[in-house]
Design a protein around this ligand. Structure first.
Ligand code: C5P
Length: 402
């Protein structure tokens, strides 16, 4: 992956506290990052935090001899291949729109030839104000790109549009602007969510999978220039931008959808929690306890569902196939057995006994289990970071096979 040079210009809004996370996202994929702050930004995020996560000195003054000595502002403007303004406050956008050069950030924005990505964040009334909208239009006419804002709770207590886009979203948009496309031309089939196996007209056997992990993988595929087909089982999550989504309910439906999409896919990531058993003969109507003898229990007759992952591994023909193993005990040993039994290229194992990782949370602690190299144990990461790490490995495997 080509390492790029990103200048992060931090504006003075509460969302600035999220910027170290953005810097880490850039660094994780190998980019060089330098941070500059407006004077008011330092009220919301410490320059030392930004220096630590970027690994570079942070600048905030235009006329500081020491700062100019380390890298002068014109050199910094030339150095950048992308300038990300986050949070882009109403005041900062107004100054950029009018070409002011009265502090370091505004001067850099004028001096650079790099594309400008704005991540606006402010109170909803400030956002909706015609002055702000006019300034933004002006910046966009001149080629500035925009990510967000989203809608939701705002720090000022209001609810509405004005939340800064999440760091992952800003990072994703930046990659697109930088043209990083290591999965260009690659179609990836991702399964996500948890299947539901009907018991009767209203009940099902299901599991706790939310679909978050698989959805993050699909999102990351698109960011890297690939095509993502997302076969989603009972997930309420919104479809990640640019992915094609096929909704299914049962394991049998998932198998059918996967087999249909498979021939055109070079990579399969099976993140879905697929039921291993299903009721043998679900009732078409609702089962009523009144119809059973008083105090009687109910026995469900279950039959095995097809193992989709094992089935697609039998005819891999050069395809990269990744499975997941969510385990509550003996995690690595069980993942290793699964890898051998199913015959996939990689198993992502995670320990679901830990409440901070696994089902329906944003973080995950996983290990990559390989057929012929040592297990890689990753620290606790956001699911987006896990997806990025996973696709780094997939991309390398594809390179080897090419
Ligand atoms: O066998 P187990 O459910 O533990 O294996 C998990 C992996 O196998 C996951 O990648 C899951 O998507 C896949 N799987 C499958 N078909 C099944 C059960 C699991 O493809 N019937």
């Amino acid at each position: 992956m080509k390492q790029r040079r990103i200048l992060v210009a931090v504006g003075g809004g509460i969302a600035a506290y999220k910027i170290p996370e953005l810097v880490r996202a850039f660094r994780r994929v190998g980019h060089e990052v330098r941070c500059v702050l407006t004077e008011s930004a330092a009220h919301f995020v410490s320059p030392l935090s930004l220096q630590t996560v970027s690994g570079q000195p942070v600048r905030s003054q235009l006329f500081d001899a020491v700062e100019e000595g380390s890298i002068d502002h014109i050199a910094l403007a030339d150095w950048a291949e992308l300038v990300v303004v986050a949070p882009a406050t109403a005041n900062l956008m107004a100054r950029l729109a009018h070409g002011l050069a009265d502090d370091l950030v505004s001067t850099l924005a004028l001096a650079t030839r790099a594309p400008l990505l704005l991540a606006p964040a402010m109170n909803v009334h400030m956002w909706e104000h015609p002055a702000t909208q006019a300034n933004l239009s002006l910046l966009r006419e001149r080629g500035a790109q925009q990510v967000g804002p989203g809608t939701g709770d705002l720090a000022c207590g209001y609810e509405g549009e004005g939340r800064m886009a999440e760091p992952a979203e800003i990072a994703a948009r930046s990659e697109i602007l930088l043209g990083r496309r290591d999965l260009a031309g690659v179609r990836v089939l991702v399964t996500a969510g948890g299947t539901r196996e009907p018991v009767d007209a209203v009940r099902f056997l299901g599991n706790r999978s939310s679909g978050k992990m698989g959805f993050e993988v699909a999102r990351e595929v698109v960011v890297r220039g690939g095509e993502a087909v997302l076969v989603s089982a009972s997930s309420a999550l919104p479809t990640p931008e640019g992915t094609r989504r096929v909704d299914v309910v049962t394991a049998l439906e998932m198998r059918e959808a996967v087999l249909e999409e498979l021939p055109d896919c070079q990579v399969v990531v099976m993140a879905a929690a697929v039921a291993d058993f299903r009721p043998a003969s679900p009732s078409a109507t609702k089962l009523r306890k009144e119809d059973l003898p008083e105090e009687a229990g109910l026995r469900l007759d279950l039959v095995r569902t097809p193992d989709i992952l094992a089935e697609i591994c039998r005819e891999k023909t050069g395809r990269v196939v990744v499975g997941f193993a969510a385990e509550s005990h003996d995690v690595l040993a069980s993942a290793q057995r699964k890898l051998a039994r199913k015959g996939c290229d990689l198993i992502v194992a995670n320990d679901i006994s830990e409440s901070s990782s696994g089902f329906d949370v944003d973080r995950n602690t996983v290990s990559f289990v390989w057929p012929d190299s040592p297990v890689e144990e990753l620290p606790p990461l956001s699911k987006q970071e896990v997806a990025a790490q996973l696709l780094d490995r997939v991309s390398k495997l594809l390179d080897h096979r090419r």
